[in-house]
Design a protein around this ligand. Structure first.
Ligand code: TYD
Ligand code: MG
Length: 456
């Protein structure tokens, strides 16, 4: 029988009938690869022909023992997990190569081991001696973590079955090799099979597993997105190479809030927790500067202040640049369009650069007003007062829409020494002490309040 083959995108896992240069599901170029289809056997009889086993049903009120989470003591890590590690859960930790995944997870494994959880660290990339060297650097040589260097899935499952740890780390899922699957390690079918086997094994045996997945730019190796749907929790470890800050972000969590972040700093002795991220993201501000605005944001359950920076310059190009780091480019175009059509402030013929300081990435619409403020401040070369934070969502009509958790944002700003806020008029908040809130109903009013009458 001729072997069936399929074309799969190694970035998002979408399957295609034929090869194409670009995956139309995720937009990635050069990521579609041909692979042998997983089932190549003869078609099975229809399901009605042979009876299955009857499944036991239960109702929603059935009492289970409450979830017992285990905390490792690295508070930033525990919080991103939703308050600790849930037994028998599968967690995916994705991130660029070299960002610090192995470092973070070795630290977490050591911390769990010191709390009495049996922890095993399986590396498919490094030899035990290399991991020991890393442990030495991190000051963790005394931690009772067991190490293994292996890539054969069958061996790993047998070992885990014999050892019965509470916590196992597989670093990385792309190096694992299932010998019953006919394709190279790192291919979509190998990565999917390995992840499926490990997660079902984890559920059956009550082991919590962490799968490490490198985010890949190269189509030959499957990225972590192809297994996101199989696991309970998906965390991405991100940060700029040049910055020492690292952010662990929950993008999916069956046992806690998604969008929670943990902030770390990469030091010579591993990742250190940053318990007050606002102070860190704002640390380099001392005097007023045009184009710089402090946004009072919420990341997960925690308020975080970040600096938004904009630069506006005369363009020498026919179609001016719109460069964004840490925010959505589409949203920037929208804000520019609202400024132009509703407030008569044009950015035509000007290059616009927008940057979120500290390597942070923001997705909240509440940052709209702070972005508009930074753009206007850069365009007018007019600095906002250094004691003021800004937040609010902008609608297409130019009106400022209410946003959630205004109280928490203001509390965080007060804690860091800010004394005023520019915010939508519709927010509910009772200010205390000397904190002033300038409530505004639309973007035009905001511009007049801050910049006065301007010529467009
Ligand atoms: P690593 O955890 O190996 O990254 P990943 O597993 O995501 O590929 O981290 C590698 C980088 O971290 C490397 O460039 C060196 C740096 N590093 C430190 O700065 N301090 C440390 O204590 C350690 C262990 C690594
Ligand atoms: Mg690694």
């Amino acid at each position: 029988m001729a072997k069936a083959s399929a074309f799969t995108c190694s970035s998002c896992g979408a399957s295609h009938k034929k090869w194409a240069g670009r995956c139309d599901a995720c937009g990635q170029w050069n990521s579609i690869v041909e692979e042998a289809a997983l089932s190549t056997g003869p078609a099975k009889k229809s399901l009605g022909a042979a009876k299955g086993r009857r499944i036991e049903l239960s109702n929603l009120s059935t009492q289970d023992a409450p979830l017992k989470r285990a905390q490792c003591g690295i508070a930033e890590f525990d919080r991103v997990l939703g308050g600790g590690l849930v037994p028998a859960s599968a967690i995916l930790v994705g991130g660029d190569p070299g960002i610090g995944k192995s470092t973070l997870l070795l630290q977490a494994a050591a911390a769990f081991a010191q709390k009495g959880l049996k922890s095993i660290y399986v590396s498919g990339e490094e030899a035990p001696s290399q991991i020991r060297m890393r442990a030495e650097r991190l000051g963790l040589t005394k931690a009772p973590v067991q190490l293994a260097a292996a890539t054969n899935l069958r061996d790993i499952l047998t070992t885990l079955d014999g050892e019965r740890p509470d916590f196992a780390i597989i670093d990385s899922i792309q190096t694992m090799w299932a010998d019953h699957v006919d394709s190279a390690p790192g291919s979509v079918s190998q990565v999917r099979t390995a992840a499926h086997e490990l997660t079902t094994f984890a559920k059956r045996r009550g082991i919590s597993v962490v799968l490490v997945g490198h985010v890949t730019k190269d189509g030959q190796i499957a990225g972590p997105r192809v297994v996101e749907h199989m696991v309970d929790t998906v965390l991405y470890f991100e940060g700029e190479r040049g910055h020492q800050f690292r952010i662990l972000r929950a993008v999916k969590n069956r046992f806690g809030p998604a969008d929670e972040i943990g902030v770390f700093e990469m030091t010579g002795a591993g990742l250190a927790e940053v318990t007050n991220p606002s102070a860190l993201f704002l640390s380099e501000r001392d005097r007023p500067a045009s184009g710089s605005v402090v946004f009072a944001g919420i990341e997960g359950t925690r308020p975080v202040l970040v600096e938004i920076q904009a630069l506006v310059a005369q363009s020498a190009l026919g179609s001016p640049r719109r460069n964004v780091v840490g925010w959505d480019a589409g949203r920037l175009s929208m804000i520019l369009a609202v400024l132009e059509s509703r407030c008569g402030v044009s950015f035509a013929g000007m290059d616009v650069y927008l940057n979120i300081a500290g390597g942070m990435r923001i997705s909240e619409p509440a940052a709209d007003l702070a972005v508009a403020a930074a753009l206007m401040s850069a365009r007018q070369d007019h600095a906002l007062p250094t004691d003021t934070v800004v937040f609010g969502e902008i609608s297409l009509s130019g009106a400022l829409r209410p946003i959630s958790q205004a109280e928490a944002r203001i509390k965080e700003a007060t804690k860091l020494g800010f004394t005023a806020a520019l915010a939508p008029s519709t927010i509910k908040s009772a200010t205390s002490g000397g904190f002033r809130i300038k409530k505004l109903s639309d973007l035009g009013e905001f511009i007049i309040e801050v910049f006065g009458d301007i010529e467009s």
